[in-house]
Ligand binder design. Structure first.
Ligand code: MG
Length: 384
């Protein structure tokens, strides 16, 4: 039995991961779970999966849960608790599905412990891809992608050396606003942004999908995961979300991975790899779908895409700064402090002001993200 620690178990990916675990009977045992504020759900997960450790957001909730479960369960809280849980003894794999910067240090700690990583938390590679991949190589740890696009590329790349690859083609649904003009984009509100047509995701990822910054993050993620240079990673808009990504090889052959969009599929592939087990997920019916469409991304209406490529080209602390500025901008949009089109403006402003550090270590990255959050807040206070 593979023993798992799931960071962010009450989030969208965490919930799907536990559904996969439940469906694959006797293959997995859950050692650790973490949740922030949805304690009802976390308790239902505790009672069903009997972990050894759980982490909650604060000391009060931790004390209450500890009293209730006594010696059956170790209850921890906060960032230090996340690191203890991520390195809990006896595990085989960490499912890293927190959102944002919070997941970086626990993921690095689990790599240090030699645990394989099923990675859903894309900011881990966006912020510190070079450090994370180097540490994974050092500890002989596999970083297995959970993101649907990267899972697709991983499957398409099987047994092919990097020298045979001419392009990675990441598909993007385009998000809910793909067809809107710049004027219309400026007027969209929170409720409309959260109603995503194809993928059911958490709020942060849903907003990032609407600005297309999520796709920019995925370009950076692919660059680190597969060691392919940025100029060979392209985006194509594919609103049906059936082709999850493609790889073009030097001879012109393109291999794609297709499936009905459901995160449980890439999660299962990462958890069960190299096995493929039968499942109850809906299967592809191409005649019913009829046609698949593709178009070019628009870097003008969706400037976040451009910023992501630029930040990635600059490298160093720039992608981490972009990710931190985005976290603040997205939260401010959700709090109705700024408009949708101002998310990209906040990011642009902070990126422009940032001076990168040569060869940054983890400390440099963390302090540059602190700086970026302060700058983003200052700017939002002025324009909001
Ligand atoms: Mg994705």
């Amino acid at each position: 039995m593979k023993k798992l620690i799931i960071l962010g178990s009450t989030g969208s990916i965490g919930v799907s991961t536990l559904e996969v675990v439940a469906a694959c009977k006797n293959r997995f045992r859950v050692l650790g779970l973490t949740g922030n504020s949805n304690l009802d759900l976390l308790e239902r997960q505790i009672q069903r999966f009997h972990p050894e450790v759980v982490v909650v957001g604060n000391a009060v909730d931790a004390a209450r849960l500890q009293l209730k479960y006594r010696r059956k369960l170790q209850v921890l809280y906060g960032p230090a608790g996340l690191i203890t849980a991520a390195t809990w003894p006896g595990a085989d794999m960490l499912v890293s599905s927190l959102v944002g910067a919070l997941g970086l240090e626990p993921t690095l700690a689990a790599i240090g412990k030699g645990y394989d990583i099923a990675l859903a938390n894309k900011e881990v590679l966006v912020m510190a891809g070079t450090i994370v991949m180097a540490k994974a190589r050092q500890h002989k740890v596999r970083i297995l992608p959970v993101d649907s696009e990267h899972s697709a590329i991983w499957q398409c790349l099987k047994n092919e050396p990097a020298k045979n690859v001419s392009r990675l083609i990441l598909t993007a649904s385009g998000g809910p606003f793909w067809r809107l003009s710049r004027q219309e984009l400026a007027k969209v509100d929170v409720a409309r942004t959260l109603a995503h047509p194809t993928w059911n995701m958490g709020r942060k990822v849903t907003i990032d999908s609407a600005t297309l910054l999520n796709k920019g993050f995925e370009v950076i993620e692919a660059h680190h995961l597969f060691g392919i240079e940025l100029s060979k990673i392209q985006i194509v808009i594919h609103p049906e979300s059936i082709v999850h990504s493609m790889v073009e090889f030097t001879d012109g052959s393109v291999i794609a991975q297709l499936a009905i969009p459901d995160m449980k599929l890439p999660i299962q592939y990462a958890l069960c790899h190299p096995d493929r087990s039968a499942n109850e997920l809906p299967k592809l019916d191409l005649p019913k779908i009829g046609k698949l469409t593709f178009s070019k991304p628009d870097f003008t209406r969706f400037p976040c895409l451009r910023y992501a490529y630029q930040a990635a080209e600059t490298g160093s602390t720039m992608p981490a700064v972009m990710s931190a500025a985005d976290e603040i901008a997205v939260q401010s949009f959700l709090d109705n402090k700024i408009g949708f089109s101002q998310i990209s403006k906040v990011i642009a402003k902070v990126l422009k002001k940032h001076e990168v550090t040569a060869k940054p270590g983890l400390k440099d990255i963390l302090s540059s993200t602190e700086w970026a959050r302060r700058e983003a807040r200052k700017y939002i206070a002025r324009i909001g």
